[in-house]
Design a protein. Structure first.
Length: 645
């Protein structure tokens, strides 16, 4: 405890009135994920005692979830660090309560010295509100510390608070990934104090985008908490066809003692509708906790963005006891439903021993969804990989295997965010795209270049970016550079503890193989529109209703070993349309260069023409190549028939 108090005093002296600017310094290092074995990485429930009726949770989220297996850490920077969640809002409602406990969850057991709560005042100073030593080794899961004396909380002059603990970061696989971060509610940034990135000792922001919120919470007491109080959570943006209904999952935090039912209103663009009643499918009969219910939203007939406000008016038939009773979201009403593709960018490599499960996961998605699955396997884990290619966007993928669906949350390519990646992919496919896109490609005479042409149909106006990738399937080789490392092998069984029966059926093959085996690789990114991380493809602003085409030339790789492994009939062009504001992929498509067969109806030279529209055999317009006869309209007004395999 003395060590921490000395460190805290140093913080107060060095930060002083400059606390705010120091707090927002971005770390030059990133948290690393544990290289977990083949087991569920779902969030695990806490096994702790229930809250008393006069207690509530103050924290970035109020459930008992924590990351059970996929922990994070700064394994290359061993040392002792205070780490904390930074809350800039939501804490003010607890002013006047008593802080009695602080609890934290770990993905791996490690040494923890103490817990603390700091306040950043409106003047920019940093004050210690509470600290308490932690004795012994903190266990995996939730750990709880009761303050020796409760602390009265006064947030009248406080701009933000930090709740955290001081832990020992090791460089061991068993204890080096102790931090649990959970993507729940509105994520709050994680800050760590130390000399990271050779910029001097300071609080460094490790961000929220990739990980969520640090699993640390304060427990406060008051005699003035309402028995019937529910706070809805903001529910984000939803794309719906104009006039259509959709059930949207909305999270609600129980700030009271129990919840059997709620009443609520929905307001569209400020116009409040009738009060509606919702009986919970599973009543919540305990203090605190978060429950999720499906709320039906209706997209206004007018296309465009519409503000939606949900207000919980009653809880258990009486007036809602919290002023935090409003949640907001938006609906983007679209004129029609367009075809959808989901890009799955996977970080992998032959030197990654857990990556065989990524190969299986990517294969499952390809088999289940065909060309709607736009897989791009980035072999960037080890440079001696025969398929290594550094030319691609950095999207936060740093541990293998991992993947991002449409450049959103980073998840496991086999388990996804829970138990099965197919669930995540299906959910993403259900999101209507605001931009339609298809792509075609043409080889040059010696098959060293591909002229890619994307057709883009925007249903909204805005700034978007475009990127291209060339992928190849069925790659293999005989040299060591093609051998896939395999920790699921029987040869590693004594170290991993796995038996064949412990593995799912689609992973049992890996147990039977050697620790390094000759794999066949699909969806491999062999070239892209990126030069290192700089995207060379450009796209102007899009205007609603104005279809445009975009061209880009992709080149085959120069490596002779890689070229010899590529079957040009198994090469595909992928195109990504990226929302410039969010960085998320709005839509994606892919086109196998072997898909085109047949000859144009007329004998004219059409190499310089572009596709303006595409129809199926029934004459219905389509926005990506579909199996069977496709009728393609070209920029000179002529058409040609293409048979797509």
């Amino acid at each position: 405890m003395k060590k921490f108090l000395l460190l805290s005093a140093t913080l107060l002296l060095t930060l002083g009135i400059n606390a705010q600017s120091s707090l927002f310094e971005k770390a030059n290092v990133k948290l690393e994920r544990a290289a977990t074995a083949l087991k569920s990485i779902a969030k695990a429930p806490a096994k702790i005692s229930s809250l008393e009726n006069n207690q509530r949770i103050l924290g970035p989220y109020t459930s008992d979830a924590y990351e059970a297996a996929n922990g994070l850490g700064l394994i290359n920077y061993p040392g002792t660090y205070p780490v904390a969640v930074y809350m800039g809002q939501g804490f003010q409602a607890f002013s006047g309560t008593k802080l009695v406990k602080i609890r934290f969850a770990l993905a791996q057991a490690t040494t923890v010295n103490n817990v603390f709560m700091l306040a950043v005042t409106t003047e920019g100073a940093m004050n210690m509100l509470a600290t308490e030593p932690f004795t012994g080794t903190a266990k995996k899961g939730w750990n709880e510390v009761t303050l020796s004396e409760p602390v009265e909380l006064d947030f009248s002059n406080v701009e933000a608070i930090l709740i955290g603990f001081e832990y020992v970061q090791t460089n061991s696989r068993d204890t080096g990934y102790p931090l649990s971060l959970v993507m729940e509610d509105t994520p709050c940034p994680t800050f760590i104090y130390g000399n990271l990135g050779a910029s001097g000792e300071s609080w460094y922001n490790l961000g929220t985008d990739d990980y969520g919120s640090l699993s640390v919470q304060a427990i406060v007491e008051s005699d003035n908490f309402a028995d019937n109080a529910v706070a809805p959570r903001n529910f984000g943006k939803h794309n719906l066809k104009a006039g259509a209904n959709a059930d949207i999952n909305v999270a609600f935090a129980n700030l009271g003692t129990k919840v059997n039912d709620i009443d609520y209103t929905l307001a569209y663009d400020g116009v409040v509708g009738e009060e509606q009643h919702l009986q919970l499918a599973h009543p919540l009969n305990k203090v605190g906790g978060v429950f999720t219910e499906a709320i039906t939203l209706t997209a206004p007939e007018a296309t465009g963005v519409h503000e939606v406000t949900l207000t919980v008016t009653k809880v258990n038939g009486v007036e809602n006891g919290t002023a935090n009773n409003v949640a907001k979201g938006t609906i983007l009403s679209l004129s029609k439903a367009l075809p959808k593709g989901v890009v799955v960018e996977e970080f992998t490599g032959t030197g990654c021993g857990w990556c065989p499960r990524g190969l299986v996961g990517m294969g499952k998605m390809r088999q289940a969804y065909g060309n709607q699955f736009v897989g791009i396997a980035l072999h960037q884990y080890n440079t001696d990989d025969a398929m290594y290619n550094p030319n691609y966007a950095y999207i936060g993928l740093s541990s293998a295997p991992s993947c991002a669906l449409n450049r959103k949350a980073i998840i496991d390519p086999y388990f996804g965010s829970g138990e099965d990646i197919l669930i995540d992919l299906a959910a993403e496919l259900n999101v209507l795209p605001e931009i339609g896109v298809s792509v075609t490609g043409t080889w040059n005479s010696d098959k060293s270049e591909i002229a890619a042409v994307a057709t883009i149909e925007p249903l909204v106006s805005g700034k978007y970016e475009i990127a291209y990738a060339l992928i190849a399937d069925q790659l293999s080789g005989t040299t060591r550079a093609w051998k896939q490392t395999n920790y699921y092998s029987y040869q590693y069984a004594s170290q991993t503890g796995y038996t064949r029966d412990m593995l799912p059926d689609d992973m049992k093959f890996a147990y039977d193989l050697d620790a390094s085996y000759s794999a066949v690789f699909d969806d491999v990114m062999i070239e892209s529109s990126y030069d290192r991380t700089n995207n060379l493809a450009k796209l102007g602003d899009l205007t609603e209703g104005e279809t445009v085409t975009n061209s880009f030339t992709l080149y085959m790789p120069e490596s002779a070993a890689l070229l010899n492994a590529i079957d040009t009939d198994k090469v595909a062009v992928c195109v990504l349309i990226i929302d410039a504001q969010t960085g998320f992929v709005a839509n994606a498509a892919k086109y196998y260069l072997s898909d085109t067969e047949g000859i144009a109806e007329q004998g004219a030279d059409r190499r310089n023409l572009t596709e303006t529209a595409r129809y199926n055999a029934a004459g219905q317009q389509i926005f990506a190549p579909q199996k069977g006869l496709n009728i393609v309209q070209l920029s000179d007004g002529s058409t040609m028939k293409i048979m797509v395999k």
